[in-house]
Design a protein around this ligand. Structure first.
Ligand SMILES: Cc1cc2nc3c(=O)[nH]c(=O)nc-3n(C[C@H](O)[C@H](O)[C@H](O)COP(=O)(O)OP(=O)(O)OC[C@H]3O[C@@H](n4cnc5c(N)ncnc54)[C@H](O)[C@@H]3O)c2cc1C
Length: 478
């Protein structure tokens, strides 16, 4: 720690008292996120009121202390790990949730847990659709900073589509508010959208006004199995071409199904062991769902090898529980995973399935893949054993090949996890020098001293070379 950081931390402690934790245990707990790479901060600050954050940022600018904002630390990209040390701002105490049932809006603190917002909205007949699988843990601030998605993305959209207004601090410590609690706002530049997905590099979100939609009255779930991955992804394309929009449309390849089945002891589709599947949920009014049901069944008859509607809500819940476990279940295939949340344009679905088959063959690694086929956001999981040098090299080569192919196919290197530290080697595949320069100019304009979340997104780091903590997080196998 530099002498300047010591002076700054002492000053902060004098002003905020117990809200500043410099203990070894506190700093260790804030040193990593779900990427499990660890960098120790010098203090963890838990603001109780907004003004605490302004003070932190003013002092950080004065003494050039790096500040990393932290929600729950569920990001898999290393974006909440304080790579340059300094201070961590823990937002969990700013967790108020107030539902405006007349307007269909939620007024929330950045530290509110996503599932709590959904539950509070549901009690008033409203629905907040963004649903990352980590929703029981992650925060709205983290969702906004990463533009989080989830299974409902294809029909309803991602976090960005539900943010009406934001409040928080510029990196230099001034309080700002982008938008108001109105559904229309056309006054000035839209810096709200600049903050969404900026991974804590352009400011600190303290609160948000979120859009809610009416709770769907009816739901219906269908399981479909296919001969192979190419047939499954082609079928998804055919479904969307018919203008059918399921609320959820999840694809699991053969390897993902097998992992999930072994981990849970449950069968995804009885009688279709080890086949790739698409799990669909329709949602809407009773008559909307009935109309769509007819179209979906006609589609399944022509496209799927087998199909079956879920019989009751308990079966549906069991199915989604198995789906949520498939990510953690993959660790039976290796102790290390490169989890790539890429996006593929629908026109290239079959081409991408063929590419994946080649990638598995050439790398000799298991690469279970699952994801949201309604929006092309597939989770490609390159599994390997860290202690095996050959496998590690093959994984590194496979991820390079994957990213180049995704960009060449007109896709995105990340659909919902962001760049953080893990994807920094690939940012320049997605963005040309002019685009990177424009992003850096925005960063410089808002954060001239480079205080907020330094070391992320732009400086190239090969995260898979870092040692990882051997710890189990509460959400690891969810
Ligand atoms: C099991 C599991 C399943 C997951 N499933 C999904 C999924 O389905 N979809 C999906 O999109 N993601 C998923 N994720 C990734 C992760 O949960 C999301 O990115 C989530 O939005 C992170 O929220 P958090 O509160 O944990 O943020 P953190 O991990 O603490 O932080 C993430 C980033 O946001 C910044 N940040 C946090 N709060 C603020 C704030 N108030 N102001 C400014 N910046 C802030 C941090 O600095 C960091 O850069 C999953 C992760 C796990 C472990």
């Amino acid at each position: 720690m530099s002498a300047l950081h010591t002076v700054a931390t002492r000053q902060l402690k004098r002003r905020l008292g117990a809200r500043v934790d410099v203990s070894a245990a506190g700093c260790w707990a804030a040193s990593f996120d779900s990427s499990k790479i660890s960098f120790l901060p010098v203090a963890v600050i838990t603001p109780r009121v907004e003004a605490d954050i302004g003070l932190v940022l003013v002092l950080a600018n004065k003494y050039r202390v790096p500040v990393t904002v932290r929600g729950r630390g569920t990001t898999l990209m290393g974006s909440a790990a304080p790579v340059r040390g300094g201070w961590v701002l823990d937002m969990l105490k700013l967790n108020r949730v107030v539902i405006d049932a007349d307007a269909g809006m939620a007024h929330v603190g950045a530290g509110a847990v996503t599932a709590d917002v959904q539950r509070a909205a549901a009690t008033q007949g409203w629905f907040y659709p963004p649903d990352p699988s980590s929703k029981e843990y992650c925060t709205i601030g983290g969702n906004i900073a990463c533009n989080a998605g989830g299974m409902h993305g294809g029909k309803y959209g991602v976090t960005r589509d539900f943010v009406i207004a934001l409040r928080g601090f510029l990196p230099t410590g001034e309080l700002v508010q982008w938008g108001t609690a109105t559904k229309k706002f056309a006054a000035g530049f839209n810096l709200r959208d600049l903050w969404i997905g900026s991974e804590g590099l352009l400011g600190v979100v303290t609160g948000a006004v979120l859009k809610l939609i009416p709770q769907p009255a009816a739901r219906w779930t269908l399981l479909t199995a296919f001969t192979d991955e190419v047939a499954a992804l082609k079928a998804a394309r055919v479904l969307f071409r018919a203008r059918v929009q399921p609320a959820i449309c999840e694809f699991l390849d053969r390897e993902s199904v097998l992992c999930a089945e072994r981990a849970t002891g449950q069968t995804v589709f009885p009688g279709q062991a080890g086949r790739p599947v698409i799990l669909l949920e329709l949602a809407g009014t009773v008559s909307e769902v009935k109309d769509l049901q007819r179209e979906v069944l006609a589609w399944a008859r022509t496209q799927a090898l087998a199909y079956r509607a879920a019989r009751n809500r308990a079966e549906v819940e069991a199915l989604w529980a198995v789906r949520r476990k498939c990510s953690g279940a993959m660790f039976e295939l290796g102790d290390a995973k490169l989890n790539e949340d890429i996006v593929i344009p629908m026109r290239n679905y079959e081409k991408f399935a063929k590419f994946l088959a080649r990638l598995k063959r050439d790398s000799q690694l298991p690469i279970p893949t699952f994801g949201h086929v309604a929006d092309g956001n597939l989770h490609v999981n390159i599994m390997y054993h860290r202690a095996n040098a050959l496998e590690t090299k093959a994984a590194e080569a496979a991820v390079q090949q994957l990213m180049k192919t995704v960009v060449a196919m007109g896709g995105a290197i990340s659909g919902e996890h962001g760049i953080g530290l893990a994807k920094t080697p690939f940012l320049r595949l997605q963005h040309n020098p002019a685009q990177v320069k424009a992003m850096l100019a925005v960063k410089k304009a808002l954060d001239p001293r480079g205080i907020c979340n330094p070391g992320k997104m732009f400086s190239v780091v090969r995260i898979w070379k870092f040692p990882k903590l051997a710890i189990q997080l509460p959400w690891d196998h969810k």
